[in-house]
Design a protein around this ligand. Structure first.
Ligand code: PMP
Length: 329
C-alpha cells in the first residue's frame, strides 16, 4: 500500500489521458493532463503551492501569516487548501462574475472572500489591485501576485513540463493551452523547449483576450468576448515574458463548448470551458502539424465547478450559446 503523507503531496503528478475522439478525428495522438485530479480540482494548485513555498523560503511568509490573492477562483481554492494544510489564513479577492460554485468552495474552505465588480485592469478597483492593497494593509500578510510572481511558472517548468516529458517518453511534437496568468503556457513551453527545441508551443486564445494579436502581429489588441473563466489576458505578465510561442489560434466559446460537449458525451469527462478551448486548440495544432504527431494539452479544472453555468440550459440560453442537447430534456 502506498501512503501519501499529506494533502500537499497530492498536488501534481497528474495522469495523461488519450483523448480518443480528438485523436481519431485528426490521426494524431492528442493527450491531456488531468489537472482536475489535483486536490483543489484545478491546475492552479501547482502555482499556489510553489508561491507559498517560495514565500516561506524567502522569509516573507511566517507561521500564522496571511496569504492574499486576486483570482478568478481556482488559484484562491489552491491557496486556501495549501494555507489550511500549512496553518495560514487566506483572503481571496474575486470578480463577482465568476461561478457561484467557486465562491461557495472558497467559503467552505474557510477563506475570507472579497467580491468586487468586474473592471478593466486600468481601474484601481480591479481584483488584482484590490488584493495588493489588502495585502499591504494586513499585518503579517503576503501578496501572492500570481500574474507577476514567477514562482507560478516555475511550478510548470519543474512540475508539469517534466511530467509531460516523462509520461510521453520524450515523444511529443506540440503543446498547446490558453493563458490566464501565462504560468502554464510559459512554464511548460520553457520546460519542454529545454528538452527539445523542436517541440511546437502554441497559444489557444479565447475571444476578448489580447494575446492572439500580440503573438500574431505584435499588437496587444482584444476583439470580441468570452464567458470562459480563468483565461483571457490583456497584457504581457511577468510569467509570460520570454514565453517561447511558435504559433497561435483564436478559439471561440462555441468552438470550445463543442469540445466540452464531445468530451462529456463521448469520453465521460466533465470539464470547464478553458479545457474545451485547449482541446479545440490541440485539434487545430494537429491539423497544422499533420497526422502521426503527438500533441499535449491541459484539462484545467472540473466541470462540477460550472454546473450553474456551462451545464445549465437557462444560463447558456441567456448568454446566446448552444445548449447541450441532453440539458433540454
Ligand atoms: N483554466 C482555468 C479554469 C483557470 O482557472 C486558469 C487560471 N487562471 C487557467 C485555465 C490558466 O492557467 P494559467 O494561469 O497558468 O495561465
Amino acid at each position: 500500500m502506498t501512503i501519501v503523507r499529506d494533502t500537499i503531496s497530492l498536488i501534481g503528478n497528474t495522469p495523461l489521458v488519450r483523448l480518443n475522439g480528438a485523436s481519431d478525428a485528426t490521426g494524431c495522438e492528442i493527450l491531456a493532463k488531468c489537472e482536475f485530479t489535483n486536490p483543489g480540482a484545478s491546475i492552479k494548485d501547482r502555482a499556489a503551492l510553489f508561491i507559498v513555498q517560495d514565500a516561506e523560503e524567502s522569509g516573507a511568509l511566517r507561521p500564522g501569516g496571511t496569504i492574499v490573492e486576486g483570482t478568478a477562483g481556482n488559484t484562491g481554492i489552491g491557496l486556501a487548501l495549501v494555507g489550511n494544510a500549512k496553518g495560514y489564513k487566506t483572503i481571496i479577492v474575486m470578480p463577482e462574475t465568476q461561478s457561484r460554485e467557486k465562491m461557495d468552495t472558497l467559503r467552505a474552505l474557510g477563506a475570507e472572500l472579497v467580491l468586487v465588480p468586474a473592471a478593466p485592469f486600468s481601474n484601481p478597483g480591479h481584483f488584482v489591485h484590490t488584493s495588493r492593497r489588502i495585502a499591504e494593509e494586513t499585518d503579517g500578510a503576503i501578496w501572492s501576485n500570481q500574474f507577476d510572481n514567477i514562482s507560478n511558472r516555475r511550478a510548470h517548468i519543474v512540475g508539469t513540463a517534466e511530467e509531460i516529458w516523462t509520461q510521453t517518453d520524450g515523444r511529443i511534437d506540440g503543446f498547446v493551452c490558453a493563458v490566464g496568468t501565462g504560468g502554464t503556457l510559459a512554464g511548460v513551453g520553457l520546460g519542454l523547449k529545454a528538452k527539445n527545441e523542436k517541440i511546437v508551443i502554441a497559444l489557444a486564445d479565447p475571444h476578448g483576450a489580447a494575446l492572439y494579436n500580440y503573438y500574431a502581429h505584435g499588437e496587444l489588441k482584444a476583439e470580441g468576448e468570452s464567458v470562459a473563466e480563468g483565461i483571457g489576458q490583456g497584457r504581457i505578465t511577468a510569467n509570460l515574458e520570454g514565453a517561447p510561442i511558435d504559433t497561435q489560434f483564436r478559439i471561440s466559446d462555441e468552438e470550445g463548448l463543442e469540445q466540452v460537449a464531445a468530451l462529456l458525451r463521448d469520453e465521460g469527462l466533465c470539464l470547464g470551458l478553458s479545457s474545451g478551448i485547449n482541446v479545440a486548440g490541440a485539434i487545430r495544432l494537429a491539423r497544422e502539424l499533420g497526422p502521426g504527431k503527438t500533441i499535449v494539452t491541459i484539462l484545467c479544472d472540473t466541470g462540477f465547478r460550472y454546473l450553474s453555468t456551462l451545464y445549465n440550459a437557462d444560463w447558456l440560453r441567456a448568454k446566446g450559446l448552444t445548449v447541450l442537447p441532453w440539458l433540454e430534456r
